[in-house]
Design a protein around this ligand. Structure first.
Ligand SMILES: NC(=O)c1ccc[n+]([C@@H]2O[C@H](COP(=O)([O-])OP(=O)(O)OC[C@H]3O[C@@H](n4cnc5c(N)ncnc54)[C@H](OP(=O)(O)O)[C@@H]3O)[C@@H](O)[C@H]2O)c1
Length: 339
């Protein structure tokens, strides 16, 4: 594990670079999945995080901007277009001051708020890009990400080439694949304007192979689920139910840590408890400690915690001020988790 000595400036200026693109971002991005509101599959599997208040979402984004956050991650599918629209409304004229990442690859019905499938064709990529530009009220996407995590690598190579074309046309500045598979990430990385991989990383779910790839190829590691979908905030309990529209109330196979109804897995909570004293040292909250672990883990990481309120935005953005954990704290955490 790398030490936290001189990690990309987080703590001194709180900024990192999106891989070899040279695009500078705050070391913390904001993940805009939850603020898309409710959407689902045709058979009723919730895909959002339950009901949201758009005005509160807008206030939370503006609060993040005021606290120095300059990176926002969304997707065309989140709330079947709603997340992109709310983000555009919140940014307004400040769009020019921030780096916006969105994703494509899912097919959805905006009216009925349903996810209906995926499309890995270059023609769909162009259609989706045009639609995202319109919803985001912008003339370019800073980081365009393939949202089909298990797409066929040969088909994805064609999408990578389509992204190079989008870059030539000035519609996209850089691109990435959202995938947990290092071999797939390496396929995209062959394109000169591939800047990053978005993948799951948090103190409970390490990803050493992906981080090694980012190091080797000079990619940013954009960290989804940095708070283990809320488990690393200290507010979830085994007997706590979640509202029916929240994906965690009926967790799909790829979402560990929650039981039926949304109760947190006691084994996961025991690990969070074991880490509490290290993560909350130096007056950090648990969530802030979880973000600080990610910055210490590698100079390439940019966590993108989700949020639904101004209070969460303030707390998460507040982590920037203290920067990464120390190398000693990382070692202590590895010892506690037996890694
Ligand atoms: N395939 C993909 O590309 C993919 C997949 C997943 C996520 N993502 C991206 O990654 C982002 C973040 O990941 P994630 O949504 O999986 O989860 P996460 O960031 O690990 O957890 C976010 C959730 O934790 C809770 N929370 C956040 N800050 C908090 C605070 N300070 N105190 C208490 N609770 C707090 C909120 O949920 P509650 O208030 O409901 O508890 C929030 O929605 C997403 O928004 C999205 O942009 C991408």
């Amino acid at each position: 594990m790398e030490s936290s000595g001189s990690l990309g400036g987080t703590g001194s200026d709180g900024r990192r670079t999106l891989g070899r693109s040279g695009i500078e971002v705050s070391a913390l991005g904001f993940g805009c999945w939850a603020i898309g509101g409710e959407w689902q599959t045709p058979d009723g599997q919730p895909l959002g995080w339950g009901k949201v208040d758009d005005d509160e979402s807008v206030r939370a984004v503006r609060c993040a901007l005021d606290l120095g956050v300059t990176f926002f991650d969304t997707a065309d599918a989140y709330g079947t277009g709603h997340s992109e629209r709310v983000l555009a409304r919140a940014l307004g004229k400040r769009r020019a001051d921030v780096v916006v990442a969105t994703k494509w690859g899912n097919v959805f019905d905006e009216e009925r708020r349903l996810l209906t499938g995926t499309d890995d064709s270059p023609a769909h990529a162009r259609r989706a890009l045009t639609a995202s530009l319109r919803r985001l009220a912008t003339d370019h996407i800073d980081l365009y990400q393939l949202h089909i995590s298990d797409a066929d690598p040969d088909r994805a190579a064609q999408l990578r080439d389509a992204c190079e074309e989008f870059v030539r046309e000035g519609l996209v500045r850089a691109y990435a694949w959202s995938t947990d598979d290092p071999e797939r990430a390496a396929v995209f990385a062959q394109g000169p304007h591939c800047a990053a991989v978005q993948h799951r990383l948090n103190v409970l779910q390490d990803a050493p192979e992906m981080l090694a790839l980012c190091e080797e190829l000079g990619l940013a590691s954009i960290n989804r689920s940095p708070l283990a979908m809320g488990l690393l905030t200290g507010k979830r309990a085994p007997d706590q139910s979640l509202e029916a529209g929240d994906i965690r109330s009926r967790p799909p196979a790829w979402l560990p840590g929650f039981g039926d109804g949304g109760g947190a897995d006691p084994e996961w909570l025991a690990r969070v408890d074991a880490l509490r004293s290290v993560l909350t040292s130096d007056r950090r909250t648990l969530a802030q400690g979880a973000l600080a672990w990610l910055w210490a883990r590698s100079p390439h990481t940019v966590p993108i915690p989700g949020f639904r309120s101004v209070a969460q935005a303030e707390e998460n953005a507040g982590a920037l001020a203290q920067g990464p954990l120390t190398a000693e704290q990382l070692t202590e955490i590895d010892g506690i988790l037996g890694r």
